[in-house]
Design a binder for this molecule. Sequence first.
Ligand code: NAP
Length: 250
Amino acid sequence: MSDRPILILGGTAEAAKLAARLMAQGYRVISSLAGRTREPAKLEGEVRTGGFGGARGLIGYIARENVSLLIDATHPFATQISDNALVAAATTKVPFVRLERPAWHARPGDKWTSVSSLEETVSAIPTKSRVLLALGRQHIAPFARRGDVHFVVRMIDPPEVPLDLIDFELELSKPGSVEDETTFLTKKRLSHIVCRNSGGCASYTKIKAARDLGLPVIMIDRPHRPGTCTLPDIESVSHFVDETLGSLRT
Ligand code: NAP
């Protein structure tokens, strides 16, 4: 195995699977996590945790660790770290690729309202509705001005500071199967879902359940990203790595 590691900027399920895949292919892999999740799933290979200190810090890390290839496998809505990765790749000239799961697209039966910002989302919620807010804790504050709406806020970890919404309940759980989501939406008498177009399977179950129940979804579109070398799945990224670093593999 080459001593030079591949650095994966992670924090997503695909990043974890990619780390395992590249390890199995004989590469040395370092996965980087921001450190936001209290109990992150176990990762194969080496792991480092915490911010780098901006693009400059990432550039320094890449140089110190003699990184052979940089993979940005962060979440579609995590734009700051991706911007930093682009700057770092351009500066250090290490080969770079982004792994980004494709966005969801509305299907027949879906009742989506597409919005492009949190402010637009807050305004798009009808009065007196009961809304599932499937958003991270750092995105909840703007909804505080909607005292006319009942929110069910679903999170994996409890918030560190109390939420300042007026009418809400907290649900600490992960998305379940389509059947679980259907039961949940019905039991909570939810009339709308607010979520981001994250893509992937794990959180699609609520979208399918909403379609089956005829519930409207206020869908926050993905942020615009500069054109980069982006691949949609683990398979294609692993081929890219093989082609780029094949000579370093044991
Ligand atoms: P962000 O706004 O793009 O990043 C903010 C700062 O957090 C970055 O500038 C960087 O700090 C640090 N950071 C982010 N990802 C990092 C990583 N993988 N390794 C080391 N430092 C990282 O990102 P975010 O939206 O807060 O998301 C944080 C992490 O959670 C990401 O790794 C992402 O993949 C994961 N995640 C995000 C979401 C989401 O909805 N945003 C959902 C699921 C998972 P420095 O500038 O100091 O380096």
